[in-house]
Write a protein of this length. Structure first.
Length: 329
């Protein structure tokens, strides 16, 4: 069947170069899972192929909620994220999700030094189940829950040359975890999605919540658990064009680590500069054409607080497209 063949082809392509990473310092963009979009379930035997591109750029660094001086000049990433989802039944959907960092780069103060990395990150297996559905002539209600598993595929430790002596010997220092494609740990993802639609008015309200329980990596590090809550309102504004506004809250816990290892001396990690809180407004435009959907969103932080001194969100833009087909059609 055509849909099954497409899944196999796309999985072969995607699994060779994909990722998701939560190895950032505290003020990052949160979880790039699904490109920041909420997900319910697909219809039985429906297949969805999706690809997102996300760009992050920040010249904003904070100590608490105050601007940090003389920390870094810039932090930026270019990231591709893909999803293949299959509706097993009308209530159960299974997706395989991952991505690839074209670059993760930080530039030192006064542009004296640039440290960069990239490549494949993690693979996510993400099943979702619709536990409640109720439809009338005027409304449509749905509740979906999900439990995902994230496994690292890419590198979580790398080093760069900091000094070359007169004899030509190079000396290395570990690169910061903020630019690593993965944290090197296996994580669990807990997800909830609530939906209320008004078909006649072409208006929708929905909410999503996510909690990522981080695991320990081989270096004796556990990056802080991640939690987010999003409230959405969406309206068709012209034919196939829709607008969505999201109010999003994010929280990242402190870092845990092996107390027998000096993380600063060994891995160049300031363990006191992990953990954050953030509230943001996220507008999004979407356009549908036949079996295709296109979307563009950006993130406007309203308030941020980081533990210690860390990167803060400043500019984030995500664009993507998805294609849905029914097997055998």
């Amino acid at each position: 069947m055509r849909g099954s063949k497409l899944i196999i082809v796309v999985l072969i392509l995607f699994c060779s170069h994909q990722a998701i990473a939560q190895g950032c310092c505290s003020g990052g963009s949160g979880s790039p899972i699904a490109g920041g979009t909420s997900q319910g379930v697909l219809g039985c035997q429906m297949t969805e192929l999706a690809m997102n591109y996300q760009y992050i750029n920040s010249n904003k660094f904070l100590t608490g909620d105050k601007k940090a001086m003389d920390y870094l000049d810039n932090f930026n990433t270019n990231y591709l994220y893909a999803r293949v989802a299959q509706g097993i039944t009308d209530h159960f959907t299974l997706s395989v999700e991952s991505g690839y960092f074209l670059n993760k780069t930080q530039i030192a103060i006064n542009k004296k030094d640039k440290t960069t990395s990239g490549g494949i990150g993690d693979l996510i297996i993400f099943p979702r189940y619709k536990v409640y559905e109720h439809n009338t002539d005027n409304t449509r209600d749905e509740i979906t829950i999900g439990l995902g598993y994230k496994m690292p595929l890419g590198k979580y430790l790398d080093s760069s040359i900091v000094y070359t002596d007169p004899n030509g010997k190079n000396y290395f220092t570990p690169k910061p975890p903020a630019i690593m494609p993965t944290s090197g740990a296996n994580d669990f993802i807990f997800y909830g999605f609530l939906y209320r639609g008004y078909p006649k008015k072409k208006f929708r309200i929905f909410a999503s919540t996510m909690y990522i329980r981080k695991g320990w990596n081989p270096l004796g590090q556990k990056f802080g658990d991640y939690a987010s809550v999003g409230l959405f309102a969406s309206k068709n504004i012209y034919r196939n064009l829709s607008a969505t506004l999201q109010l999003k809250g994010e929280w990242i816990d402190n870092m845990s680590y092996d107390k027998h290892v000096d993380m600063l001396a060994t891995y160049n990690i300031d363990v006191n500069s992990f953990g954050s809180k953030k509230v943001a407004i996220v507008p999004q435009l979407g356009y549908s054409y036949k079996k295709f959907s296109f979307y563009l969103l950006t993130d406007f932080p309203l308030y941020q607080y980081v533990n210690g001194t860390a990167i803060a969100s400043q500019f984030m833009m995500t664009m993507g497209a998805s294609y849905r087909i029914c097997n055998g059609m």
